[in-house]
Design a protein around this ligand. Structure first.
Ligand code: ADP
Length: 422
């Protein structure tokens, strides 16, 4: 099945065309700085993925998506000749709130709930919803699926997802921990189970998604029982530009002292903090590691803080799991930085997570998952490559396949045009 995966952010749009039967990516696109004069979109096609750049000046995220479809139909290297070649659309949705505990085919019955989730991720969900409506206008009979970042964490028990603040905030505003990166944690846990040749349902895993955004999840018998991100993806460990969890009183203190308003405070914690806030010159881990080894003291401190917070989070999940069989490292930093893996696990050997320094140095080919702990390490350490787009495409394929089996004509009128604008 040819699936268009749409990942809409507040000012970015990432898309892939994936042929799910062969698990092959045929097209990748990335639009950045969307909504500004400088907005551009790179588009590349298999097999060589050499990028072409297109101007996206002053378009919304949904308009960029519409323009991408025009490009796909017009470009000679494109795998599609007409829009009808796209058989399904898989949308990444950051927040599914308490409405969605698994992926769904978007239809007239759930589009209203999807809209209600917008306030939970005001930077991301509205852009995704606009893309869904835009695609519905352009391709009204192409099924669309919503895959939620939060869904994997729907199994967390109340003691993990509730915050110790007055109950009315949960009841009135649904303030609770939802987590994020769920697609990646679920995928990483399954990949680790395959690697260890054990059923996921038998295992206790701590999955660490360490990219620009970072989160750590306790996966007990295949279910998320706790995760480091919270009501929003700002919580948890230190990230590229996000602070992670800090004393909440700091927020009101800075706002009062510097006369900072809510939006500005939000921006400081989301865009100016984390590794960038401490290192001062970059949020990119490669730059910071380089500067640290060149003697930059702020970069050294940022790396030490980053490692320390990850060690503490892994340790705290070890404490609440009924068993821990493996720690799983994934995403840009988790997959690629042998140095950080070595430094993180140097502090965790006493818990039985013993890294094999030589195996850890071996750079895996992309897509090759591996165990990097010593053979008799009581708790294994795995490195797995994450592929959120492939996972979204496959979930989309699976849901559409089942719906088509039940009713081969379901896509013809599964979501009447008029209900899209309700
Ligand atoms: P995103 O969250 O945007 O998907 P990624 O998962 O691609 O991000 O991770 C990006 C981060 O991974 C960046 O900080 C980058 O510097 C870091 N990274 C990638 N390769 C390496 C490497 N070899 N060593 C250290 N950090 C790396």
């Amino acid at each position: 099945m040819l699936v268009l995966v749409v990942n809409a952010g507040s000012s970015s749009l990432k898309c892939q065309l994936i042929e799910t039967d062969g698990k092959i990516c045929l097209m990748k696109s990335l639009a950045e700085r969307v909504g500004t004069e400088e907005a551009t979109m790179s588009v590349s096609f298999s097999p060589d993925f050499s990028k072409q750049r297109f101007s996206m000046t002053n378009l919304t995220v949904a308009q960029c998506l519409a323009k991408l479809l025009d490009i796909l139909v017009a470009e000679p290297d494109s795998p599609i000749r007409g829009l009808k070649d796209i058989e399904a659309i898989g949308n990444r949705i950051v927040a599914g709130g308490e409405y969605f505990s698994s992926s769904v085919i978007i239809d007239q019955n759930n589009i209203g709930d999807l809209k209600k989730c917008e306030e939970l991720a005001p930077l991301h969900n509205p852009a995704a919803d606009e893309c869904i409506l835009m695609m519905h206008e352009m391709l009204p009979h192409t099924p669309q699926v919503a895959v939620f970042d939060t869904a994997f964490h729907a199994t967390m028990p109340p003691k993990a997802y509730m915050y110790p603040i007055p109950m009315r905030y949960y009841k009135d505003y649904h303030i609770r921990r939802y987590g994020a990166h769920g697609t990646s944690h679920r995928y990483a846990a399954q990949q680790a189970a395959n690697l260890l040749d054990r059923p996921l349902s038998d295992l206790g895993l701590i999955t660490c998604h360490l990219g620009n955004g970072a989160s750590i999840t306790a996966v007990n018998h295949g279910k998320s029982i706790d995760t480091s991100m919270g009501f929003t993806p700002l919580a948890g460990v230190m990230m590229g530009t996000r602070s992670g969890t800090i004393d909440p009183a700091i927020v009101s203190y800075i706002m009062r002292r510097d006369n900072v308003d809510y939006d500005e405070m939000d921006r400081i914690l989301n865009k100016e903090s984390g590794m960038l806030g401490i290192a001062g010159f970059s949020s990119d881990m490669r730059d910071i590691l380089q500067a640290a080894s060149d003697g930059d003291e702020n970069a050294q401190l940022a790396v030490e803080m980053y490692i320390y917070r990850i060690q503490k989070k892994i340790g705290s999940y070890y404490a609440v799991m009924t068993r821990t069989d493996a720690v799983v490292m994934t995403a840009g930093i988790g997959e690629n930085s042998a140095e950080l893996r070595e430094r993180i696990f140097a502090g965790l050997a006493h818990m039985g997570m013993i890294l094999d320094k030589e195996k850890n140095q071996v750079i895996g080919d992309i897509g090759i998952n591996r165990v990097v702990s010593i053979d008799d390490s009581p708790i294994k350490i795995c490195v797995v490559t994450t592929d959120e787009e492939m996972r979204i495409a496959r979930e989309t394929d699976a849901l559409v396949f089942v719906a088509t089996m039940a009713n081969p004509d379901f896509a013809k009128d599964y979501w009447p045009q008029e209900s899209a604008n309700d």
